[in-house]
Each structure stands twice: as C-alpha cells, then as structure tokens.
Design a protein around this ligand. Structure first.
Ligand code: FAD
Length: 375
C-alpha cells in the first residue's frame, strides 16, 4: 500500500495540498454540500473522501421516493411533535426537492411525479378524517402554494389490483426517482466543478486545531482548513447527539407481465413502502418487526423481514401474480428520536450534517445548502 507520504509531488499538488474543505462521506449530503460550497467559494479546494468504492450508506440503496409527508405520518408527528416543528420539517423536505432539481435535471434522474398513496389496510385502525385532510391541505398550501395536495382515494384496489385494502390517501405531488442515477449525476456535477472525490478511504479519526484539522486514514493523514462530517448512519463515531443507525431491507422482483401497480405507496404507517420500477415491484421496510436487531451499522438481510416482504407481495400487492425476487439488499440510515436533521458546527472549522431519516432524497440537497452557509 502506498501511503500519502509516498505519493509523488504531482499527486500531492494536484489532489491533496491546501485543502479548504474536506468532506467525509459521498452520499447525497456530502455531494450536495461540496457543490454548494463551490458555488459560494469559487476558488476553494474541496476534497471528499468516501470509504466505499461506491457510496456505502443509504444514498444509492434507497427506494427512490421523492416524498415529503403522508397523511398518516403527519398525523402521528402532530401527536408527538410541536405543530410548528412538523410543518417546518414538511417545508424543508418540500424545498429540499426543489434544491435537488437545481443540481440535477429531472430527466437525468428519471423523476416521475407519479403520486403516492398512504394505504389503509382492512384491519388497520386510523384517525384520518375529512377534517384532518382539510387541515393538512390548508397548512400545506401555506408552504407550497399548491391547492388540495391530499385527497382520499378509496378505489385504489380496483385501480392497482390490491387486496385487503380499506381505503387510501393520495399525495398528488410526490413521485419517484432512480436513486443510483441521482448520485451519479451529483457525482458528475461535483467532478465537473473541480471537486476531488477519492473512494476507498475511511476516515478513522480526526485531530482538531483552530487552524486546520488532521484526518487520520489507513493511508496517512489528510490536512484541511475545514471539515464536514456527512456520514449519517455512521455519525456516532464523531458526535454524541441523538443519532443512531437503522438498517432497512429491500427487494425487487423480476419484470411482471401486465403489472397494474404504478406509483409510490406507503403501507402500515410507512413501515412498508413499495413502488413500481418499470414492470417490477420494489418493496422495503419491516424494521418494526425487530427494531433492536435492525439498529445496526452492519449491512445484511434477515429471513424474518424478507419473509414478511414476500407475504405482503402475495397477499396485498400482487396477490394473483407469480413473481421472482431478483435482488435483495440493505442500506443504513441515520435516525433519532427527533426527526429533523442535525446540522451544526461542532467547533470553529468542523460541521456535521446527519440524521436524514427516511427522507434523505428530499432533505439532502437542502441540508447541503444549509451546511455551506455555516462557513
Ligand atoms: C433501504 C432504504 C430505503 C430508503 N428509501 C428512501 C426513499 O424512498 N426516499 C427518501 O427520501 N429516503 C429514503 N431513504 C433514506 C435516504 O436514503 C437517506 O436519508 C439519505 O440517503 C442519507 O444521505 P446521506 O448522504 O446523509 O448518507 P449516506 O448516503 O449514508 O452517505 C454517508 C456516506 O458516508 C460514508 N462514510 C461513513 N463513515 C465514513 C468514514 N468514517 N470515512 C469515510 N466515509 C464514510 C458512507 O460510506 C456513505 O457513503 C432510504 C434509506 C434506505 C436505507
């Protein structure tokens, strides 16, 4: 292994000298932060280090919902959080999507405003009333300018072929993206703006001084005037705040002939989520079956959760169709008791932007913008 000290003069001067901002983590937050910093400081030398050969957290592994708030989630949040905070969170997700589209084109990331539905199963109890829908439409209009974002859609089963569904609530503005393309586009944008991204380098620890930080890696020490920690589910190493890892498991089926399902769907208060990807179904969730076991930084799948996902496919989503599971994977999110992201400086030249929860697609770019404003 050639360490940093043994690199050539050319390598050191082209890649590693005089780094103004070193960002740890190349997910949606790390990449967006780098681009917004570059917009603010045109001559800044910005370096991202990423431990994986691809981003290895959540940004390339998620379900690709461009979501900002479903009725059952809003209902639960309003019970457990101050009203203002709920609508602030809603607003930052909604604005976050707009920010994302400032950085990448909708076409390039296969964005579709395909709507989302919050499914209420036959045996689910719920408290969504017409008055509640009226209330959230009013509040949402104040923040988005959009009329009647939410409405009840009771005919969802005949439309999509579901079974065991009582009713549903639609959000007509939510949609889907190809999450791998999102990160690839952000990567291309960052590189085109002369941001350096090095993969396969783990930040082990950091020594802070007023003037610069020293980041220790298996290859040696990187020095930078400022550091941003964008490691989300792996943030515990750096800060003591309320953020912990949450694994989420996903499967995708083969192409299904005459698939009726089109759109993005939340089931059982969002503990399960599914969508079509062309003629395939992507389905994830089930952390509620074993919260403790899924509170981990280890990637992996469990039989318990995969079996439940298959059961949902067979009994609710595509009950009369045969299918094969073609791929399964997991990703690690950063979550906390508190749902809003942690964005702050932890000393004069180090900031963190973590705890994106299950909404990083919507939040990530806005968080990147906010971090850039801390410097
Ligand atoms: C299965 C799944 C489904 C999801 N579905 C959706 C969805 O549909 N819609 C939505 O909005 N959100 C969804 N999310 C959440 C969303 O993906 C995340 O909120 C978002 O990607 C977080 O982005 P990030 O940049 O903060 O973190 P990440 O993408 O996790 O990036 C952090 C990066 O830091 C790197 N890193 C960590 N430690 C170190 C270190 N010490 N040194 C160097 N590098 C390091 C990691 O390898 C990783 O690449 C889902 C998440 C999962 C797991």
């Amino acid at each position: 292994m050639i360490g940093i000290d043994n690199l050539s003069y050319w390598e050191k001067t082209a890649y590693l000298r005089n780094i103004d901002f070193l960002i740890i983590g190349s997910g949606v937050v790390g990449l967006s932060t780098s681009i917004f910093l570059k917009r603010k400081y045109k001559d800044a030398r910005i370096l991202i280090i990423e431990r994986g050969y691809l981003p290895t957290g959540a940004s390339t592994k998620n379900a690709g919902f461009s979501c900002f708030g479903s009725p059952t989630e809003l209902y639960d949040d309003l019970k457990s959080m101050p009203e203002q905070k709920v609508w602030d969170t809603f607003s930052s997700r909604y604005m976050g999507l707009k920010r994302l589209f400032e950085l990448v084109s909708k076409d390039a990331i296969a964005y579709e405003q395909c709507k989302s539905w919050d499914i209420i199963a036959e045996n689910d109890s719920h408290n969504i009333t017409n008055d509640f829908i009226k209330y959230i439409n009013n509040e949402a209009k104040k923040l988005t300018g959009e009329e009647n974002i939410y409405y009840e859609d009771p005919d969802i089963s005949s439309q999509f072929g579901f079974e065991g569904v009582n009713t549903s609530y639609c959000n007509r503005l939510e949609g889907s993206i190809h999450t791998g393309k999102m990160i690839k586009e952000l990567y291309k944008k960052a590189v085109s703006e002369d941001i350096i991204i090095l993969f396969g380098i783990n930040a082990d620890s950091m020594e802070h001084s007023e003037k610069e930080n020293t980041i220790n890696t298996p290859y040696g020490q990187f020095k930078a005037s400022n550091t941003i920690i964008a490691t989300n589910g792996f943030a515990k190493q750096w800060i003591k705040d309320d953020v912990f890892p949450a694994r989420a498991q996903v499967l995708i089926t083969n192409e299904i002939k005459n698939l009726q399902v089109k759109g993005t769907f939340h089931y059982n208060k969002g503990y399960y989520y599914f969508r079509n990807v062309g003629n395939r179904i992507l389905l994830g969730g089930g952390r509620n079956l074993n919260f403790q076991g899924e509170t981990t930084q280890e990637f992996g799948l469990t039989k318990q959760i995969q079996d439940k996902l298959n059961e949902l496919l067979q009994t609710v989503i595509i009950p009369n169709q045969s299918y094969k599971v073609e791929d399964t994977w997991s990703g690690i999110m950063g979550v906390g008791e508190n749902k809003s992201p942690i964005i702050k400086k932890i000393n004069n030249n180090t900031a963190v932007g973590v705890r994106m929860g299950g909404m990083g697609v919507a939040l990530g770019s806005q968080v990147g913008k906010t971090i850039s404003n801390l410097f």
